[in-house]
Design a protein around this ligand. Structure first.
Ligand SMILES: N[C@@H](CCC(=O)N[C@@H](CS)C(=O)NCC(=O)O)C(=O)O
Length: 212
């Protein structure tokens, strides 16, 4: 088996889905977390000047979604053909649209603008989560294809930051999304990763560990 090294900063962010996917498949990987000082030196050596980077036998690759697709393929959580991958990718991209709002809110320093962004997030999350809930209702508690895919992992992982952004359980009104969450959190490799992962330095109020 090749050796895998996930290089990122010391928090969950864009590396966490890659860590969950490796953990799901019980594939060993080195979880290298770099400080801001180390990053200054490392940046010019990375493929796109950003993290995460995944080293495969020492060969660096980047772009988190491409890396997730690669690892999902290794662990059997991608689609088996183009049509199945389309079903998965559209969920991932829709979730990312919502996640962009969270990131914008996180970095916003102006309190009024932050409130505005929060209201925008709440209204778009209601529309999207209802849509996701309907899909999960038709797919036996999964977002696509009637089985666990990396789309479920992305959405459940983002759930943690969505809850923290609005300080409420955003899946509460959606019984099928609660099933998706249960299905993801019942995977041994993922449970084990969440139980043993390094403490989140951002110290969010809600940590998905509480729901294991
Ligand atoms: N499209 C890239 C975005 C990567 C990205 O924005 N990385 C940030 C951390 S989340 C980063 O490396 N920031 C430090 C920098 O740009 O110097 C991906 O999905 O991997």
């Amino acid at each position: 088996m090749p050796s895998y090294k996930v290089i990122y900063f010391d928090f969950t962010g864009r590396a966490e889905p890659i860590r969950w996917l490796f953990s799901y498949g019980n594939i060993p990987f080195t979880d290298q977390r770099v400080s801001r000082e180390e990053w200054v030196k490392l940046k010019p050596t990375t493929p796109f000047g950003q993290l995460p980077v995944l080293e495969i036998d020492g060969e660096p690759a980047a772009q988190s979604n491409a890396l997730c697709r690669y690892v999902a393929n290794l662990v059997g959580l991608d689609g088996k053909d183009a049509k199945e991958n389309l079903a998965i990718n559209q969920i991932v991209d829709a979730a990312e649209d919502l996640q962009k709002g969270v990131i914008e809110m996180f970095f916003c320093k102006d309190e009024d603008k932050k409130k505005e962004l929060k209201a925008k997030f709440v209204s778009s999350s209601e529309v999207l989560l209802k849509n996701f809930d309907d899909r999960a209702g038709k797919n036996g508690g999964y977002l696509a294809l009637n089985r666990l895919t990396w789309a479920d992992i992305i959405v459940v992982l983002n759930y943690e930051s969505w809850v923290n952004s609005v300080d409420q359980d955003v899946f509460k009104p959606y019984p099928n999304l609660q099933k998706v969450k249960k299905n993801v959190l019942s995977q041994d490799g993922i449970r084990n990763w969440i139980k043993t992962r390094p403490e989140n330095k951002m110290k969010p109020k809600y940590d998905i560990k509480q729901d294991l």
